[in-house]
Design a protein around this ligand. Structure first.
Ligand code: PHE
Ligand code: ZN
Length: 875
């Protein structure tokens, strides 16, 4: 990694860090909370009543957090608190001289209508909703807003009758009318929970109802609330919810624990969705979907997010995090669970390949960047900046490794131990590891190093003579400055014989098997393979099957050996990986010496065999013919030095064109056959065919693709538009404008149009982006819209974002400054793209830093300041 270029004075003010080692137990507990929220036209008034108990004999004052709140008054056991007892700052209310146990009542006010940060209580369209994780509750009422303070909540909401739906966590206990044509609802959640799981909604919504019968026989009511008129778009989410509930019972033995489960879809939401106890709040994009408005990928994402939030009910809610450094405790585990669920619902190999592609694209890039951090960070300035691919996806990978080492049954036993020991508690990652460790003789504790060290380990497998493989690992220094010691790396491997058969072999004289799991637990290790079968000679090793560890693999396989794996490996993931390796090698040859004809010829033959293989599913074929992403290609190319992202983009397109030419006849036949439009797997392959097909410039393919862009099935329409978006052809503009005219009144579908427009290499210059943001369907206050224009631009438009003039960076800096003033969380997230420069040439690094420096001149939120200053100090 290149962290060593000239040091720079840092303009951004140095962030203040909170450190994991400084954790202190709470001095006060709050066993019971009564929250009364009265909603008025200009403000909301919270009356919070806390039963507080001091935990130790020390006479520490009670410190409550409160932000953007107007303090009104406070009482202890009914008596107004004296001003002398209280110290009030913009962030905290400190109360001293309280008896060890008392009832504290605090009244405050907030303005949800101008809350554009979308944390705490805010308005989204005509409704009011909340987002509390991680520290939003303090914007609703004064509270000890930390996850290890768990309380039983009773919530009363009072509002005008224009909000017929008043929702909160738990069970509805009472409703009624109150003075002035108003009404109220009282909710009680029997499960103690941290404040971050609190939620409240007031709106005039449609409710779609269903039921689920638990394994033990009790009935659960399932309610999905959406804006009126969207009811018909909820059935996929509802089916996904029921499937998740069933799966968690079947696979983990976990049942739901309330009589009601509610989901509310809101259009202004910073993230995907939120697992508030019994009242999940979703970005409407991940609820509202059918095959006319959403692609098959979108539908799969809805299913996995619904499952993810539901699974949090146990992994996150029943057992929660002691502090925010432990975020991966709930997120890594819940991602691992939702990945397994999706694998069970669809194709395991394809799902795994898709997850690996994402991991490598976004998490490996993060590990190599100035914002690198271990899955359990040591410090943060703004915790909102740590909802990252590392905490989520790498966290899931670490659990997957332990799962492989334990095996299915011992893993399940470990999870049972985790719940037996910790149900109802707020715990750390250490407790999770210990529970898994207690399930078998396997040494799971050694995996705790994966929680401490940032960076992506590099695993090298080199053949030394006949049947000997030398494994070694290394870990480059990273921006988080964590240690770089050897990690336990589980390596699954097999041997693929000359005829493509699986060869049984033994390692170092052990039992003969076709599949082995080797633990590399030191810097290196030599394995000697042997077999009764003579076919071991010339067999090709298939290493890291199933991507059994989140590492970068180097091996010394020859091109024909890789192609052999691409055609015959019984492990789907490694078969996919073999194709990816060949594509990367082909791109890298084109970047340096020009097309490697022999390589592309071998690759073309392997692709031909793949596409002709009737035993393979179309979705597997589709993922196998998807080229490595821009980020994956950049990483592969940066191993030898600096890379040019624009050149990489064009080279990827040129390879797509070459492969399209090779596959021309298959493409024409495939896209002509209507049969391939009728199931998701075939549509996925249709997308692949179109993407290569249009690059060839074949006019017939292009005009068929233009026709597909109008297809009523959204998957087909989007596949066609994405393909057309990569070529400079009049069909692109025509198809996009038809799509626009058809969907201009459909807010969620318009996000797809915005995104396509923002990532065209041909049409999306800065002027075009300004025009997009002036479009009537655009809303700078809506994160989905901002992401679909600005997010797509900086993550999926390398040609214009990385324009050598620096105009793309400057444009982003200007927009981020504007965005930061209203939504720091989104601004900080998007600013990350300006810090991903370590592998670029120094001139480009300078341009990107100029943009960061320009940003740093302004007054930045804590969120954005942390990202900008990490970017600048890495230089
Ligand atoms: N906890 C949510 C999830 O992963 C993510 C989230 C974090 C949502 C912060 C909103 C705010 O399921
Ligand atoms: Zn989650």
């Amino acid at each position: 990694m290149k962290w060593h270029i000239q040091p720079l004075a840092m303009e951004a003010s140095s962030p203040r860090y909170i450190r994991r080692q400084e954790y202190k137990k709470p001095d006060w507990l709050i066993p019971q909370t009564h929250l009364d929220v009265q909603i008025f036209d200009k403000f909301a008034r919270s009356t919070i009543t806390l039963n507080v108990t001091r935990t130790s004999d020390t006479s520490e004052p009670l410190v409550l957090q409160g932000e953007q709140l107007e303090f009104i008054s406070a009482f202890c056991d009914g008596v107004p608190l004296a001003a002398l007892q209280m110290v009030l700052t913009a962030e905290e209310l400190t109360i001293s001289g309280l008896p060890p146990q008392c009832e504290l009542k605090i009244i405050s006010q907030t303005d949800p209508y101008h809350n554009t940060a979308l944390e705490g209580l805010y308005a989204s369209g005509d409704m009011l909703c909340t987002q509390c994780e991680p520290e939003g509750f303090r914007r609703i009422a004064y509270f000890s807003d930390r996850p290890d303070v768990m309380s039983i909540f009773t919530t009363r909401i009072e509002a005008d009758l224009k909000y017929p739906n008043l929702l909160s966590n738990g069970n509805l206990e009472q409703t009624g009318l109150s003075e002035g044509g108003r009404h109220f609802a009282v909710w009680h959640d029997p499960h103690p929970k941290p404040s971050y799981l609190f939620a409240l909604v007031a709106g005039d919504l449609a409710c779609v109802k269903d039921q689920f019968i638990r394994a033990s026989g009790q009935k659960v009511d399932l309610h999905i609330y959406v804006e009126k008129g969207n009811e018909h778009l909820t059935s996929h989410a509802m089916d996904s919810l029921k499937a998740s509930m069933k799966w968690d019972e079947d696979v983990y033995g976990l049942e739901y624990d309330l009589d009601l489960f509610q989901i509310v879809a809101v259009s202004h939401f910073n993230m995907g969705a939120m697992e508030n106890k019994g009242l999940n709040i979703f970005n409407s994009k991940f609820v509202l979907a059918d095959e006319n408005t959403a692609t098959d990928d979108d539908l799969a994402r809805v299913e996995s997010i619904v499952a993810h939030e539901y699974f949090h009910n146990w992994t996150g809610n029943r057992v929660t995090c002691r502090d925010w450094f432990q975020l991966t405790l709930k997120e890594g585990l819940t991602v691992f669970r939702d990945q397994c669920f999706s694998a069970d619902m669809h194709d395991e190999g394809v799902k795994r390949a898709e997850d690996i592609k994402i991991l490598r694209s976004v998490q490996f890039s993060e590990d190599a960047s100035p914002t690198a951090h271990p899955i359990r960070p040591e410090q943060y300035s703004e915790i909102n900046n740590f909802y990252t691919p590392t905490i989520y996806e790498k966290g899931a990978e670490v659990i997957r490794m332990m799962y492989h080492v334990l095996g299915k049954d011992a893993y399940r036993k470990g999870i049972d131990i985790y719940f037996e020991r910790h149900d109802g508690q707020a715990v750390t990652c250490d407790e999770f590891i210990s529970a898994l460790d207690a399930a078998s003789d396997a040494d799971i504790q050694t995996f705790s190093i994966w929680y401490r060290q940032a960076g992506t380990p590099e695993l090298t497998a080199a053949r030394k003579g006949q049947n000997t493989i030398y494994f070694s690992q290394s870990l480059a220094p990273n921006a988080a400055n964590t240690s770089t010691d050897p990690m336990p790396i589980p390596v699954k491997m097999g041997l693929v014989g000359k005829q493509g058969e699986a060869i049984a072999f033994s390692i170092d004289g052990g039992p003969q098997k076709t599949d082995h799991l080797v633990m590399l637990d030191s810097a290196d290790k030599t394995l000697t393979l042997s077999s009764d079968s003579a076919e071991i000679a010339g067999a090709v090793p298939s290493i890291l099957r199933g991507f059994s560890a989140p590492v970068r693999l180097n091996h010394d396989l020859e091109i024909d050996e890789i192609a052999h794996l691409a055609s015959f490996d019984s492990d789907k993931v490694n078969r996919y990986e073999a194709f990816q390796t060949l594509y990367k090698q082909a791109i890298s040859a084109r970047m340096t010496a020009g097309p490697d004809e022999k390589l592309e010829d071998i690759l073309g033959q392997a692709i031909g065999r793949l596409l002709a293989d009737a035993s393979l599913n179309d979705d597997f074929k589709a993922i196998s013919i998807s080229l490595p992403s821009q980020a994956e290609t950049e990483q592969a190319a940066s191993i030898g030095g600096f890379v040019d992202p624009v050149a990489i983009y064009w080279t990827r397109m040129a390879l797509g064109k070459a492969l399209g030419n090779i596959s021309q006849s298959w493409i024409s036949a495939y896209i002509a056959d209507e049969v391939h439009q009728h199931n998701a797997a075939s549509r996925q392959l249709l997308g692949g065919a179109l993407s290569w097909g249009v690059l060839t410039g074949n006019e017939e393919t292009i005009s068929r693709t233009e026709a597909f862009a109008l297809h009523k099935n959204m998957t087909i329409s989007m596949a066609a538009l994405r393909a057309l978006n990569t070529i400079n052809h009049a069909a692109r503009e025509r198809a996009l404008s038809h799509f626009h005219d058809k969907w201009q009144d459909h807010s969620l579908v318009m996000e797809k149009w915005f995104s396509l427009k923002a990532c065209s290499a041909y049409a999306s210059d800065i002027e075009a982006l300004h025009r997009l943001m002036a479009h009537p369907a655009f809303d700078f206050k809506n994160p989905n819209k901002v992401r679909s224009v600005l997010g797509s631009f900086c993550s999926a438009n390398p040609v214009h974002f990385h324009d050598q003039s620096g105009s793309g960076y400057q444009f982003m800096a200007e927009q981020l400054a504007r965005l930061d003033a209203q939504n720091p969380q989104i601004a900080a997230r998007m600013a990350i793209s300006l810090t991903r420069f370590a592998h670029y040439h120094p001139e480009r690094q300078k341009l990107m830093c100029d943009a960061l420096r320009q940003l740093a001149k302004g007054r930045l939120s804590r969120d954005l300041n942390e990202v900008v200053s990490k970017g600048l100090t890495s230089l």
